[in-house]
Design a protein around this ligand. Structure first.
Ligand code: NAP
Length: 284
């Protein structure tokens, strides 16, 4: 029996899969459109009948449900399609996990909060201001109703090698282009490898209920971009302060969704700060 990872072709899923490979633990990964460079099966999670059939054949020992429409702007523009993958699918999988009696871990987001009362611990009630956040908050409730033993893990903005903002920012900075970065949007950024370790830690401990896997320090997008420029020996003056109001975006962004992650820290979660993590990523 192996662990099932949905969204194995995604930014987080690919790091979780590599960690399981390193630990020589069997897993099966599902992807949809992007075939990853690790063994994985194509399965569109919209196809409920096919999914149930495959689950019956696989009999996974646990489900790490990472697949999602994870772009807030895309969800704002495509509320119906994103509702299916972000709400209906996790609830259906949580139902399967309860019936099968296996652990279920669902990844949610810091964007379930409105940004007015940071830092947010696990007890704060969600108050989302964008469609993505609303969908994830609805899924959290639905998942726990369907499978009360599930772990709902809220993640902050993640960075690392892969398809995420770090790559785009570095390309721009290395090309000597000015990089506008918000001074009025705060998160608790976490290194994706630390988040992957945190997820597997929670799975192995049989954790149930809400957990936050924030990074150790709050940072604005401007702070993050400055850290990146410094770590990679690029002129920090290329990073230019910008405000959310300067840029038209489909999804509104909360001002400060920094997370308090004490519950996970007490269990052994140890995220690195940006300086250390960026150093490992090949900076200075
Ligand atoms: N990255 C972050 O900073 C961040 C922050 C907070 C929370 N999260 C949460 O963490 C989880 C992982 O995020 P991520 O950044 O790794 O997302 P991502 O890179 O956008 O990956 C999304 C994954 O979902 C899969 N997927 C989407 N629709 C599917 C469908 N219909 N059927 C099967 N698979 C489907 C994609 O498959 P294909 O690519 O093969 O189509 C991909 O593997 C999500 O739950 C997200 O909400 C992420």
């Amino acid at each position: 029996m192996s662990i099932l990872i949905t969204g194995v072709s995604g930014f987080l899923g690919s790091h979780v899969a590599r960690l399981l490979e390193e630990r020589r633990r069997p897993f099966t990964g599902f992807y949809n459109m992007k075939k990853p460079d690790i063994p994985a099966e194509q399965l569109d999670l919209f196809d409920r009948k096919e999914v149930l059939q495959r689950l019956e054949e696989l009999q996974p020992s646990a489900i790490l449900h990472l697949a999602a429409a994870a772009s807030p702007n895309w969800c704002e523009l495509h509320p119906k399609e994103s509702q299916v993958i972000n709400v209906d699918v996790p609830i259906a999988l949580a139902n399967y996990a309860r019936e099968a009696g296996i652990p279920f871990l669902f990844t949610s987001t810091d964007l379930v909060f409105d940004g007015q009362s940071a830092p947010y611990d696990e007890e704060w009630a969600p108050s989302p201001i964008c469609t993505y956040g609303m969908q994830k908050a609805a899924a959290e409730q639905g998942v726990l109703l369907a499978c009360p033993e599930a772990a709902v893990v809220r993640l902050p903005l993640l960075y690392g090698w892969g398809n995420n903002f770090l790559k785009q920012w570095l390309e721009s900075l290395k090309a000597g282009q000015p990089l506008p970065a918000f001074v009025d949007e705060f998160r608790s950024p976490a290194y994706v490898q630390d988040a992957a370790h945190g997820l597997l830690m929670l799975l192995d401990l049989g954790a149930a209920g809400f957990f936050h896997l924030g990074g150790p320090e709050p940072a604005s997008r401007f702070d993050m971009a400055t850290h990146i420029a410094r770590a990679f020996g690029i002129d920090e003056r290329l990073v230019q302060p910008a405000r959310q109001a300067d840029v038209a975006m489909p999804a509104p962004r909360p001002a400060d969704v920094s997370l308090s992650s004490e519950r996970a820290y007490a269990l052994g979660y140890q995220p690195r700060g940006m300086e250390e993590a960026l150093g490992e990523l090949g900076g200075m």
